[in-house]
Ligand binder design. Structure first.
Ligand SMILES: N[C@@H](CCC(=O)N[C@@H](CS)C(=O)NCC(=O)O)C(=O)O
Length: 236
């Protein structure tokens, strides 16, 4: 019998979404607890002292969300959890065994964090020009093999799990004009990404990510839109 996993997550959060995709990919059973990030329960630091989602309790007896068992391990951080779920799954489906391919997957994960997410947050949260975001995406795109479905080949790996939630939120924010940028700038940027030849390989890659069942099962676009609409009130 597998040990209990209670996942503390939030539909809006791209990091938490990584954990949910990894759980869907590995088929590991878990109990899902939605945390309202705008009104975090006062007991949540007992699960994760940093107060962030995603986090899990692992092992020990079943427990109510607000009373994690002292016997349970508490583990946080999206990439740590993605690796952890892959380690738990009998066939470790999210990382190849070949050391070079493993290194490539990890390199892509690193590139998401260093080249893409800072540029994304700069445009989306601070309304900075989109050039850095475009450069970041192009630079990720340059790492993709010329003709494969996913980041390092035709197997879906931790690299793809790490990227998918961010691209999905980027689509909603730009397409529907939710962000700190000036009104109308989001759809313009989205048009650039969806029509310009320089992003053709990224589009193909993103379409493959979106087609994955684990994504369809775990992405609640309406919830994300509702949350964006509250955050960026001009769009209400
Ligand atoms: N480095 C963390 C980032 C997680 C994170 O930033 N989570 C945000 C929501 S997207 C959060 O929980 N924010 C609540 C807070 O910081 O109080 C990870 O990869 O898991």
């Amino acid at each position: 019998m597998t040990s209990q996993i209670t996942l503390y997550t939030a539909k809006i959060c791209p990091y938490a979404h990584r954990a949910e995709i990894a759980l869907a990919e590995t088929g590991i059973p878990f109990k899902r607890v939605e945390i309202d990030l705008k009104n975090k329960p006062e007991w949540y630091p007992n699960v994760n002292p940093r107060g962030q989602v995603p986090a899990i309790t692992y092992g020990g007896p079943d427990h109510p969300p607000e009373k994690p068992s002292p016997e349970a391990e508490k583990i946080a951080e999206s990439l740590v959890l993605v690796d952890f779920f892959n380690d738990l799954a009998p066939n470790h489906p999210l990382l190849p065994t070949d050391p070079v391919r493993r290194a490539k997957a990890r390199y892509f994960v690193e590139a998401i964090g260093s080249r893409f997410t800072p540029a994304w947050y700069a445009s989306y949260m601070r309304g900075e020009p989109f050039d850095k975001l475009f450069d970041g995406l192009e630079s990720l795109q340059a790492l993709l093999p010329a003709t494969s479905k996913y980041a390092i080949g035709d197997e879906y790996t931790i690299a793809d799990v790490a990227a998918t939630p961010f691209f999905a939120r980027l689509e909603v924010a730009l397409r529907d004009d939710f962000g700190a940028f000036a009104q109308g700038e989001g759809p313009k940027a989205w048009k650039t990404l969806t029509t310009e030849p320089r992003f053709a390989r990224w589009r193909e890659y993103y379409a493959n990510l979106k087609a994955r069942e684990s994504f369809k099962k775990t992405f609640d676009e309406d919830a994300v839109k509702r949350s964006f609409a509250v955050r960026f009130a001009r769009n209400q």
